[in-house]
Design a protein around this ligand. Structure first.
Ligand code: ADP
Length: 368
């Protein structure tokens, strides 16, 4: 069975074609404006290489309260149309791609949601302390994102640890341009740092992560040469001009590491300190943890970030093996344990593969 996975971002389309679970071909189209045109091009290219398509998996960032991957029907498309305002940057292009593929393919199509892995988060962790009359009416709660990545690396960590997921407490750190951390109890997400939108939580490339909410109206009231924020500009400001970029002017962790500026140093300190605090709080939420897992472009490659974050946590039984931590990128073929042998809590690096996880979701639904 050939499965096409489509991952439409706010200005890009990533695609992968799998034969069962084996990757055949993948590609990335950037600076996409006309999603239909680019999809047509991709499909034409695949056909020219004689690839057939038996099923399609679509990534949908925000699934609202939908708890599982779902077969796409007209009814589901209507439901998605209703919740797209929750994550307009992603969900609108994704829904456009879904509509296009529904019109052009008569094969099973599955929607896979970034949020659904987090649907197991209990009410005391997903509820914001605002009037419930408002939050319930508007669907304001923690949803969480990066679900496919947190799920994928937790499954692989269980393999490495040779224990069933049902017996493990894990903390997974997905550190890419966007970053989130999840507490996983026996295979179920019980808390995660991204919230109602992907803006909450860790310091990210260009997103602020946690802030005192009073900062926002304070900024909106300023009208001067430093800042002039109206309602529309505020969203853009918090998503694109803050985070590492806000602190030091750069958002690529490699550039920040290579820079000698004081602000770059501070950006790394703030990033690691926020992450450390979350790890501590999730150890409390889980009442202990068996393993901490790093993934995403930064989590997989930036050993200095792992070292700085986990420094001085030996009190908790977290002991990083500095030598193992300095693994080269070439060694990153499979998951690696980078804690000392006697470390009570294991530390792992697992290369994420959201597309493969999505492919597995499609296979499991189509073959039911
Ligand atoms: P996205 O969230 O867009 O999928 P990635 O998971 O690819 O992003 O992560 C991008 C981040 O990973 C960037 O900040 C980049 O600097 C960082 N990164 C990638 N490779 C390395 C590396 N070798 N060392 C340090 N950071 C890296």
């Amino acid at each position: 069975m050939n499965i096409l996975i489509i991952n439409a971002g706010s200005s890009s389309i990533k695609y992968s074609l799998f034969e069962n679970k084996k990757l055949l071909i993948n590609g990335l189209e950037e600076r996409v404006k006309d999603y239909k045109k680019i999809l047509k091009k991709i499909i034409k290219q695949l056909a020219a290489q004689n690839y057939t398509i038996d099923a399609i998996g679509h990534r949908v960032v925000h699934g609202g309260k939908i708890t599982k991957s779902k077969r796409i029907t007209k009814k589901l498309v209507k439901q998605l149309d209703k919740i797209k305002e929750l994550a307009p940057l992603h969900d609108i292009p994704e829904i456009n791609c879904i509509k296009f593929c529904l019109e052009n393919f008569k094969v099973p199509q599955i929607a896979i949601f970034d949020t659904s892995f987090h649907s197991t988060i209990p009410d005391y962790a997903y509820t914001y302390a605002i009037p419930q009359k408002i939050s319930k009416k508007l669907g304001i709660r923690r949803y969480g994102f990066h679900g496919m990545s947190h799920k994928y690396v937790s499954l692989h960590a269980a393999n490495v640890l040779k224990k069933p997921l049902s017996k493990l407490k894990l903390i997974t750190c997905h550190l890419g341009n966007g970053a989130s951390i999840t507490a996983i109890n026996r295979g179920k997400s019980i808390d995660t740092s991204m919230g109602f939108t992907p803006l909450e939580g860790l310091v990210m490339g260009t997103r602020s992560g946690d802030l005192d909410p009073a900062i926002i109206p304070f900024l909106q009231k300023q009208k001067n040469s430093i800042i002039n924020l109206n309602l529309n500009k505020t969203e853009l400001f918090l998503n694109k001009k803050c985070g590492l970029k806000g602190i030091c002017g750069m958002n690529d962790m490699r550039d920040i590491y290579n820079s000698k500026s004081k602000d770059a140093k501070l950006a790394i300190e703030v990033f690691c300190y926020r992450l450390k605090k979350y790890i501590g709080s999730y150890m409390a939420a889980l009442n202990g943890v068996d393993a901490i897992i790093f993934t995403g472009g930064i989590g997989e490659n930036a050993e200095w970030i792992r070292e700085k974050t986990l420094k001085n946590m030996d009190f908790f039984g977290i002991n990083l093996d500095k030598k193992k931590n300095k693994i080269s990128k070439a060694a990153m073929q499979g998951p690696l344990v980078i804690s000392k042998n006697n470390s009570k809590i294991k530390i792992l690096v697992v290369k994420t593969n959201e597309e493969l996880m999505m492919c597995e979701e499609v296979i499991s639904i189509v073959s039911r």
